[in-house]
Design a protein around this ligand. Structure first.
Ligand code: NAD
Length: 510
C-alpha cells in the first residue's frame, strides 16, 4: 500500500476556474499548502471569492468553524507565475480542455518541479497517455478526475495512462482517501468510467424519442419513477447543457474509432443547431423560466370496468404488482398449472407479460395471442407510481382497456408507449449493464469500482452491476439479442464479460 502525500506538503493547482478553485479548496482543507496559478489574474480573484464563499457557507451550516475556514484560506497562495509551483509534491492541472495547451503546460512544468513531483491532470476526455507522451518522465503523469463541485462530490477517478508508474496512481488513491474522497481506479480510456458507462443512458433515450415511442416529459418520469434514476435523461441533458453533452458524445465516439454504438444522436444535434442548449438558454428538451410549468408526463385516462383477472401464483418480478391490484379490491384468481402459457397476468382479454426486448407485436405472434400487452421493468414494482405498457398492433381496444383498468384499480398510473423493442427501462438497463461489462472486459476498471463510480458520480441508487445481478446475466443478454435481431445492429452486441456469465450463471459481484 502506498503512503498518502503528507499534509503540509505543497499541492499546486494550475487553472483557477470552476474545477481548479474547487480542487484548491479540497487540498487546503486537507492541510496542504496550496499554490493556485492561472494565466488570467481575474480568474484568481474570482477563485479566491468562490472559495471564501464556499467556506462561509460551511461555517454558516456549522460544518466548519470560522477559525478553520480562515486557516484554510490562509493556506492558499494565488500565483501569477508558474515558477511558484517549484516546490510542489503534486501539481493538479485544471486548465481548459485543450490537448495542445495541456501538453505544453506539462512540458513547462517538467522544467520547473522536482523529479519526484507527481503531475496530475483533471481532464475529462483527453488520453492521459497522450498528455504524458514525449515528456522526460511520463511515469509520473496520472489522471485525477474530480467531479463538479469538487468540494462536495466524493468521487475521484484516478486514471493510469499507459506509462503511468503504478506507485504514482496508488499514492494518489491513498491521498484521495485522506482527503475524504472516494477514489476509483481506471485505465486511460475515452470517458474513463462515469462518462463512458453513462453514454447509453442518453443514447437509448434519444433513440426512443427518435422512434416516437413517447415524449421527453414522459420519458423522464418513466426513468425516474420506474428506473430509479435520480433524474430523467432529458432534464439531465438540459442541466448539463445539450452542447456540452454532445461534445462529450462526439469525443467518445471519435476516440473509440467511430463505433456506431456511440454515434451522437440526430435528435440532440438538431436541438443544438437550433440553439436549444438546455437550462442555460431557457429551452432544451423542456422550457425553463419564470412562470413556466414543470413538464407533465402523459398518463392514460381512467378506464373501467375492471375485468375478471387471473394469474399464475409465481409471477416472479411481477408479483408485487399483482398484490397491489388485489389490495385495490380486484379479485385475482390463481391459475395453478405447469403450462408455460399460464405464466402471465390475464386481465380480461389482455395477456400481460414483462417485456424481454421483443416488441409486443412480434411476441403476440410467438405467444399465439393477439391481445398481448407488455409491461416495462421497474426497480421496485411494490412502490412504482406508474407502470409502462405497450400493446401489440394486433391487440384489441377492449383488451387494452382491460389492461389499463386493472392497474388503475390498484392505484397505479398507466403510461402507454408505442410498441418499440425493449420499451424504455428494459433497453436502458440492458445497455448500461452491457457498457459496464465492456469496461470490465477491457480491464479498464473493476466491477466494484464501476458500481461505486456510477453510484457517486451520477447518484444512481441501482448501479449497473446491481441491476445485472438482480436480473441475471442470462436475461440481460437475451434482451440484447432480441434488440440486435430487431434492429439488425452491432450496437446491441453482448459484451464478453456478460456473455461468460450468461453461460456460467455467475454473478458480477462476489
Ligand atoms: P474553466 O474554464 O472554468 O477554467 C479553466 C481555467 O484555466 C480558466 O480560469 C483559464 O483562465 C485557465 N487557463 C486556461 N489555459 C491556461 C493555461 N495554459 N495556463 C494557466 N491557466 C490557464 O474550466 P473548468 O470547467 O474548471 O475545467 C477545467 C478542466 O477540468 C478541463 O480539463 C475540464 O475538462 C475538466 N473538468 C471539468 C468539469 C466540469 O464539470 N466543469 C468536471 C471534471 C473535469
Amino acid at each position: 500500500m502506498a503512503e498518502p502525500l503528507f499534509p503540509g506538503t505543497i499541492v499546486s493547482v494550475v487553472g483557477a476556474g470552476t474545477m481548479g478553485s474547487g480542487i484548491a479548496h479540497v487540498a487546503a482543507r486537507a492541510g496542504h499548502l496550496v499554490v493556485l496559478f492561472d494565466a488570467q489574474p481575474e480568474a484568481l480573484d474570482r477563485a479566491r471569492k468562490a472559495i471564501a464563499k464556499d467556506l462561509a457557507f460551511l461555517v454558516s451550516k456549522q460544518r466548519l468553524d470560522a477559525a478553520e475556514a480562515e486557516a484554510i484560506l490562509g493556506r492558499i497562495t494565488m500565483a501569477s507565475d508558474l515558477a511558484a509551483t517549484a516546490r510542489s509534491a503534486l501539481v493538479i492541472e485544471a486548465i481548459a480542455e485543450d490537448r495542445a495547451a495541456k501538453r505544453s503546460l506539462f512540458a513547462a512544468l517538467e522544467a520547473i518541479v522536482a523529479d519526484d513531483c507527481i503531475l496530475a491532470t483533471n481532464t475529462s476526455s483527453i488520453s492521459i497517455t497522450d498528455i504524458a507522451a514525449g515528456l522526460r518522465l511520463p511515469g509520473r503523469v496520472v489522471g485525477m478526475h474530480f467531479f463538479n463541485p469538487a468540494p462536495r462530490m466524493a468521487l475521484v477517478e484516478v486514471v493510469d495512462g499507459l506509462q503511468t508508474d503504478p506507485q504514482v496512481a496508488e499514492t494518489l488513491i491513498a491521498t484521495c482517501k485522506v482527503w475524504g474522497k472516494t477514489p476509483v481506479r481506471a485505465k486511460s480510456t475515452p470517458g474513463f468510467i462515469v462518462n463512458r458507462v453513462a453514454r447509453p443512458y442518453y443514447g437509448e433515450s434519444m433513440r426512443t424519442l427518435a422512434e416516437g415511442a413517447t415524449d421527453p416529459a414522459t420519458l423522464d418520469a418513466v426513468l425516474r419513477d420506474c428506473g430509479a434514476f435520480p433524474m430523467g435523461p432529458c432534464e439531465l441533458m438540459d442541466l448539463i447543457g445539450l452542447d456540452v453533452n454532445l461534445m462529450v458524445s462526439r469525443s467518445v465516439f471519435e476516440a473509440l474509432g467511430g463505433d456506431r454504438r456511440y454515434a451522437p444522436s440526430l435528435v440532440q444535434q438538431e436541438l443544438v443547431r437550433a440553439g436549444r442548449h438546455g437550462r442555460k438558454t431557457g429551452y432544451g428538451f423542456h422550457r425553463y423560466g419564470e412562470g413556466v410549468a414543470a413538464p407533465v408526463p402523459t398518463v392514460e385516462p381512467p378506464r373501467g370496468p375492471v375485468p375478471p383477472t387471473s394469474s399464475h401464483p409465481h409471477l416472479g418480478l411481477l408479483e408485487p404488482l399483482v398484490k397491489r391490484i388485489v389490495a385495490g379490491g380486484v379479485e385475482v384468481q390463481h391459475v395453478t398449472s405447469d403450462d408455460r402459457s399460464h405464466l402471465h397476468l390475464q386481465a380480461g382479454a389482455a395477456r400481460l407479460m414483462l417485456g424481454d426486448g421483443r416488441t409486443a407485436t412480434q411476441r403476440a405472434v410467438e405467444e399465439g395471442d393477439p391481445d398481448l400487452v407488455l409491461i416495462d421493468l421497474a426497480a421496485d414494482f411494490a412502490r412504482t407510481p406508474r407502470v409502462v405498457l405497450a400493446r401489440a398492433d394486433q391487440c384489441s381496444d377492449a383488451a387494452w382497456r382491460d389492461a389499463v383498468a386493472t392497474f388503475q384499480a390498484g392505484g397505479i398510473d398507466v403510461v402507454r408507449i408505442d410498441d418499440i423493442a425493449g420499451m424504455i427501462v428494459i433497453r436502458t438497463v440492458a445497455m448500461l449493464v452491457n457498457e459496464a461489462a465492456d469496461v470490465v472486459t477491457q480491464g479498464i476498471a473493476t466491477v466494484e469500482d464501476v458500481d461505486t463510480a456510477m453510484r457517486l458520480g451520477t447518484g444512481w441508487t441501482v448501479p449497473p452491476f446491481d441491476w445485472a445481478d438482480r436480473m441475471g446475466a442470462k436475461w440481460v443478454a437475451m434482451v440484447l439479442d432480441h434488440l440486435r435481431n430487431h434492429y439488425g445492429e452491432e450496437r446491441y452486441r453482448v459484451a464478453p464479460a456478460l456473455q461468460r456469465r450468461r453461460w456460467s450463471g455467475g454473478k458480477f459481484h462476489a
